[in-house]
Design a protein around this ligand. Sequence first.
Ligand SMILES: [Mn+2]
Length: 320
Amino acid sequence: MEIYQNILNEIEKAEKILLISHINPDGDTLGSMCAMKLFIGDKADMLVQTRADGDIPQIYKFLPLIDTAKTLRNVQNVYDLVITLDVAAVDRMVLMGRKIFESAKTTINIDHHETNPNYATINHVCPHASSCGEILCDFFKGVNFELTKDIADSLFVSVMTDTGGFRYDNTTSKTFEIAGDLIKYGANPAKLAQYIYDSKDKNMVLFQAYCVNNAIFEEQNKIAIVKITHEDMRKFSARHEYTEGIAELLRGINGVEVSAVMKENDNDSVKVSLRSKNVDLTKVTEKFKGGGHQKSAGCNIYAKMDIAYKQLLEAIKQEL
Ligand SMILES: [Mn+2]
């Protein structure tokens, strides 16, 4: 494909390349970044963008070379090519990352979000791909590059995490074909699943148990909502990533159709993460100018917790 050749030409031409993941990085953006770093080699640096914590989630620290990634504190603006991976829009980069992106001579945007507005010089956006990792698998195949075990592991993490362990709607026969290929190249699914799903901090699990214990059930248990305050976060010395997975836990309850995690932000607003079994959540989040997918979406509500709760509950009820 022409696009593969264009991407390859830019990589070959460039002297210093920066790979950028999105803010609050997940397995797809980090796995894709590591795979690309391993493919390009020394002239590529990785940048992990995190908010206050300045650290990548514990469960992804095993990824190859991830410990060499730059942070916002030590990255310099010296790159002639910047490649974003799984970054749906420029506002998924923080100010520093965006500055470096905007000052690069050439930029490449590799992503699978339908809403991606093609913000780079070269845009390779495939909304039908399960993950950014899946797009990279096709790219490597297209340029006849033989995957190493480390690259296969990284890409497997991308595909596995973005499909919720091969369970979500974006899981297609192609996803399994790709996963099969990655195993042939040495990816170890059982081991990778253990790193991702069975290696949480004890404190994180205790925090999540506490949150689930305080969940409020509405509409004959069809709606489950957790409110998380600054105080809750302090009590458990909770890191940002600790709230991840709570909405899925609640959705996992028989009878629950919609689950929500509401977390206090610093500025009198509330961050909301929603999960559903069948309800189209984009209809809920669009009322608050948020976004996402049908069964997994998010938004901010600019009100104090109790008012935000009432507004959210009303919005969910309308879609039930
Ligand atoms: Mn993704």
